[in-house]
Design a protein around this ligand. Structure first.
Ligand code: PGA
Length: 249
């Protein structure tokens, strides 16, 4: 595994942000102090992608979307296609987020179909994987991760890809995995990827905040963070960006 890749601090705004709020937030996010080594991306709701495209680009931030539909175009009322996301200037696309898996009921099959399509359009997926609390407690975390990573089995070996390991029990709960759990799980994820002849950046996500960012991102095998709640507050997000620079610097 190569850990010389730039770290990624990816903000997932989820279903938050009106135009004025999004513009103000982007204005207040600091540019990366180590821009070659720490990349910053924001994933606002679809409604703000076009509106924030230039502002984000001017500050050197990458833009990401939070989901996409699994067809190219057509009679799919309410859905968004990969080409539409490319049109807004998106580089990243979050796929398989636990809220989509567990609230919307998204399956690994659907995620696999989306992966294929987004690669065809040159988008880089941030594929989210993670176990539920009962799976951690009954010792089946690794089985769950293997099953979720199996969506990569027909992936082109050189496909642009970032994985985000996000224990479901740590998302939006204020609970975080311990550095030991993070190091151990990231090692397992990297090993599993290697066994599939893939090598890519693996982020940690789940209640990342200024108080834990440095220790979580300092864990072996962690190459950045997917940040939900704390990405909506510029002062918190800025401190997380600074922590990444400390780890990488
Ligand atoms: P959180 O969300 O930082 O609010 O826990 C993380 C995520 O959902 O990606």
């Amino acid at each position: 595994m190569s850990l010389n890749r730039p770290m990624l601090i990816a903000g997932n705004w989820k279903m938050n942000g009106l135009l004025s709020e999004g513009q103000a937030l982007v204005r207040s996010i600091s540019t990366s102090p180590l821009a070659d080594h720490v990349e910053i991306s924001i994933s606002p709701p679809f409604t703000l992608l076009h509106a924030l495209k230039e502002q984000a680009a001017t500050k050197g931030f990458s833009l990401g979307a939070q989901d996409v539909y699994l067809q190219e175009a057509g009679a799919y009322t309410g859905e968004i296609s990969p080409a539409m996301l490319v049109d807004t200037g998106c580089k990243y696309i979050i796929l398989g987020h636990s809220e989509r898996r567990h609230i919307i009921g998204e399956s690994n099959e659907a995620i696999q179909a989306k992966l294929k399509l987004v690669w065809q359009h040159g988008l880089e997926p941030i594929l989210c994987i993670g176990e539920k609390i009962e799976e951690r407690e009954n010792g089946t975390t690794n089985n769950v991760l293997v099953e979720q990573l199996a969506v990569l089995k027909n992936a082109p070996k050189d496909a642009a890809l970032t994985i985000a390991y996000e224990p479901v029990w740590a998302i939006g709960t204020g609970l975080t995995a311990t550095p030991e759990q993070v190091s151990e799980t990231h090692a397992f994820v990297h090993q599993t990827l290697q066994s599939m002849e893939m090598d890519c950046r693996v982020l940690y996500g789940g209640s990342v905040n200024p108080g834990n960012a440095e220790s979580l991102m300092g864990c072996e095998g962690v190459e950045g963070a997917l940040v939900g709640g704390a990405s909506l507050k510029a002062d918190l997000f800025n401190q997380i960006i600074s922590s990444a620079a400390v780890v990488k610097g």
